[in-house]
Design a binder for this molecule. Structure first.
Ligand SMILES: Cc1ncc(COP(=O)(O)O)c(C=O)c1O
Length: 414
């Protein structure tokens, strides 16, 4: 009889620590577990309608119907994605006029939304920039910018963006930091609806940055995850893209249709890069393909088919533009309503920054103790930096949220 020694496997995973995700992920879990009927989630990072629900836009429904009727197969798409989608996304981002003249020089690749655009773009940069080239990101910014830079092997550095005292863009700080950045640096800009501050640059500030970009040979990487959410107008929100490209600056652009089409579960986006000629474009696309192949092989098709149908069908496109306008207007109305409600309650603080900011996000300026009290006493959930998504407010909860904000801040300095 053989005698076997029983070996116990020591699991490789037994010492793995808990990975901590972005704070908004924790908020979702806490919010879901809360049974209080008046609970409010201000940590949502997709649009909510006036009933507090995610949107299924009419334009998206119409496009889905058209896609369904085409009875398309589910074969692999090309690695770079669906061309009709890529071209329509580029046209939307750069504007028709620029696209007609220069579209043939723009390398495009369908990606997994805004996150995928940053990942693919940063991987490409890491492969070809001079070693040591830094990528400058605003402080604060979406945490995935520095995280992805690190994963992609790029060194990221912050430039000043927000002044917590004035609660506005710290433009002189921003300009100073980029002035002393090494020539040829990569600079990430939020094209509109800055997350998390809600503070955007104005046309004059973009003009100054354009001059600096040309002077220093900066490579601008525009993250345009919220086109339409600042002004309700696609062209207006892309003004920086238009200004830089018209001036001949070779930019990189990440676009997402998660928010403005409500397609977050479909991971629909586009990365594009302005090249000098068609051969350069071909080479860049080939490199994008090589990298995308090892990241996700090829992108999912359904969201791209929906988005492409919307963008290429004049009637549905017009309907979508109106729907985006409506979403942007609702956010604006909530901003003004919230500020007014706090004023009407006699708040000793100046909340006017909330109505002056743009897009879904705002940094309220409230501190840790007030955030804790809002969660524990009033069942209102927000980010631990005091950031809120204005889209979480609606006609039903706005007065309650204002009352709670007033109660937790009336005896404190902000
Ligand atoms: C500024 C910014 N960039 C990128 C992303 C990621 O976008 P997506 O959800 O489309 O991947 C977000 C998402 O919230 C964002 O706010």
């Amino acid at each position: 009889m053989h005698c076997f020694k029983v070996l116990r496997f020591v699991s490789l995973w037994s010492k793995v620590p808990l990975g901590s995700l972005h704070p908004s992920s924790g908020i979702v879990a806490q919010f879901d577990a809360d049974s209080y009927s008046q609970k409010v989630n201000l940590g949502v990072n997709t649009y909510r309608d006036n009933q507090g629900n995610p949107v299924l836009l009419e334009s998206v429904q119409k496009a889905m119907q058209i896609v369904r009727e085409k009875n398309l197969d589910n074969e692999y798409p090309p690695i770079e994605g669906l061309q009709p989608f890529i071209q329509a996304a580029i046209k939307l981002g750069y504007g028709e006029k620029y696209y007609e003249k220069n579209g043939k020089y723009i390398a495009g690749c369908q990606v997994l939304s805004g996150t995928g655009a940053i990942r693919l773009g940063f991987e490409l940069l890491n492969k070809f920039v001079t070693p040591g080239t830094q990528v400058f990101v605003p402080n604060p910014t979406k945490s995935l910018h520095p995280t992805i830079a690190k994963i992609a092997g790029l060194q990221s550095k912050e430039y000043r963006y927000f002044n917590p005292i004035t609660r506005q863009v710290d433009f002189s700080g921003l300009f100073e930091d980029l002035q002393i950045a090494p020539n040829g640096s990569i600079v990430l800009f939020h094209a509109c609806s800055h997350n998390p501050t809600g503070c955007d640059l104005d046309i004059d500030q973009w003009r100054q940055l354009l001059d600096l970009t040309k002077q220093k040979g900066i490579l601008p990487f525009f993250d345009m995850t919220y086109q339409g959410f600042t002004s309700g107008d696609m062209d207006q929100d892309a003004q920086a893209i238009r200004m830089f490209t018209e001036a001949g600056v070779p930019i990189m652009l990440g676009q997402s249709f998660d928010k403005n089409m409500g397609l977050s579960g479909q991971r629909t986006g586009c990365l594009s890069i302005v090249c000098s000629n068609e051969r350069e474009k071909e080479m860049v696309v080939s490199q994008l393909n090589l990298i995308a192949r090892s990241l996700w092989s090829c992108p999912p098709v359904h969201g791209a088919r929906i988005a492409e149908t919307i963008l290429n069908n004049q009637k549905i496109y017009q309907l979508w533009l109106d729907e985006v306008k409506h979403m942007a207007q609702r956010i604006k109305t909530m901003r003004q309503g919230f500020t007014k409600a706090l004023k009407d309650l006699g708040s000793p603080h100046d909340w006017s920054h909330l109505s002056k900011q743009f897009g879904m996000y705002s940094l309220t300026g409230i501190g840790q103790l007030q955030i804790k009290e809002l969660m524990e006493k009033y069942h209102i959930y927000l980010l631990d930096n005091g950031g809120i998504s204005i889209a979480g407010l609606n006609d039903t909860n706005i007065k309650y949220v204002a009352m709670a904000f007033h109660e937790v801040t009336k005896n404190t300095r902000l």
